[in-house]
Design a protein around this ligand. Structure first.
Ligand code: FES
Ligand SMILES: [Fe+2]
Length: 376
């Protein structure tokens, strides 16, 4: 799991000024709420008094209050009130928790889980400009959680060869051969464009089957991923004027569980009445992928390339791994084994920018990071 990256923490609509919202990412707990100006705030969820879960507390005057003894924390993570000590209490600097930068994009609250100063943070990928063009694109959101490792799951999304075996509605076992095409590296990922034999119209059901031309030979598919946000965009063009874009992010809940936030955009059948049929199609495909990835062994990707046998048709998976490795080589990979060994006795948090600026005087320890370049 990687720090110093943007992760989708919640839907924008889930983060309010009335009630704290709790979520788990990178094996750590977080609380989100809106301050008095309406800005989304993301803090480490564990109170530095005696471990209360702030997400079960309340929001008052732009602060979050712990449910255990009512200590209040401001948006920057400083404790501003200890009720049991009275109004005149002088609160030491050490009574603070980590606060993470947030941004809202695509209807989601993104949190930067790491300690880089603003000028060093990578931008949130701009992979879905169609989000701002509702006249031509109808969007539907979806979300899913699965008992799968984030890296295993993202590799599945980037893998072309599996489609013909795992997804009977858009793959075809009659033509399993994958054309090997060059991958274009991008700053934070890679992209690829290829054509694949169109599935037979009989494989489709509902309105889409009615619209597809039975004579069409190929579907053209473009695929681009970014390690920033662990996200990708897949766009098949079935025929002129008929295309679907799936943009999805993977959020590691912990090493063994992954949350997906997705948006599907289509430029045909724009009537909202069509959403139900489209959503059923998405969830069917997500279920098919989940079933395969849950059963992979080992559950986490092997650390050595010699413990798998990859081929040239696994090109995008190679490219994804090389980008993950870049993050790891900067020392930004959590040492999962050590984290799991210590987590029941010790709160561990993701380091925040304030900690880098002022490393002393914090109650909670940060997650152990793997020494760059060292294998598990
Ligand atoms: S544990 Fe949070 S106020 Fe005591
Ligand atoms: Fe799939």
């Amino acid at each position: 799991m990687l720090i110093n990256n943007w992760y989708v923490a919640a839907l924008s609509s889930e983060v309010t000024a009335d009630k704290p919202f709790g979520t788990r990412m990178l094996g750590c707990d977080f609380v989100l709420y809106r301050d008095s100006a309406g800005n989304a705030v993301c803090l480490a969820n564990t109170c530095c008094h005696r471990g209360g879960a702030l997400c079960n507390g309340s929001v008052a005057s732009g602060n979050v209050a712990c449910p255990y003894h009512g200590w209040e924390f401001a948006a920057d993570g400083r404790c501003v009130k200890i009720p049991a000590m009275g109004e005149e209490a002088v609160i030491p600097k050490r009574v603070r928790i980590d606060s993470y930068p947030t941004q809202e994009k695509y209807g989601w609250v993104w949190a930067f889980l790491g300690d880089l100063p603003e000028e060093e943070r990578p931008p949130i990928p701009n992979l879905l400009p169609e989000f701002d063009d509702p006249e031509h694109w109808r969007l539907i959101p979806y979300r899913a959680e699965a008992q799968v490792n984030w890296q295993r799951f993202e590799e599945n999304s980037l893998d072309t060869a599996h489609i013909n075996f795992v997804h009977p509605t858009f793959g075809t076992r009659r033509a399993p051969r994958v054309t090997v095409v060059p991958i274009t590296p991008t700053t934070y990922g890679g992209k690829v464009q290829r054509t694949r034999p169109a599935p037979k119209v009989e494989q489709k059901t509902g309105e889409m089957a009615r619209m597809l031309n039975p004579e069409r030979g190929f579907t053209s598919v473009s695929l681009e991923f970014s390690v920033v946000g662990i996200c990708h965009r897949i766009q098949p063009v079935f025929q002129e004027g008929m295309s679907i874009i799936t943009f999805s992010v993977k959020v590691p809940i912990d090493p063994f569980h992954t949350r997906t936030f997705g948006l599907q955009a289509r430029n045909f059948l724009l009537d909202p009445a069509q959403d139900e049929e489209r959503l059923a199609g998405i969830m069917k495909a997500v279920g098919e992928d989940t079933a395969v990835v849950e059963a992979l062994r080992p559950s986490l990707p092997p650390q050595s390339a010699t413990e798998e046998f990859l081929t040239e048709t696994d090109g995008m998976e190679f490219q994804f791994r090389s980008k993950v490795r870049e993050w790891a080589q900067k020392g930004w990979e959590i040492d999962v084994e050590q984290m799991l060994a210590e987590q029941s006795r010790r709160v561990m948090v993701i380091p925040s920018p304030a900690r880098r600026a002022d490393p002393a005087n914090w109650v909670h320890k940060t997650v152990p990071l793997r020494v760059a370049g060292k294998e598990a």
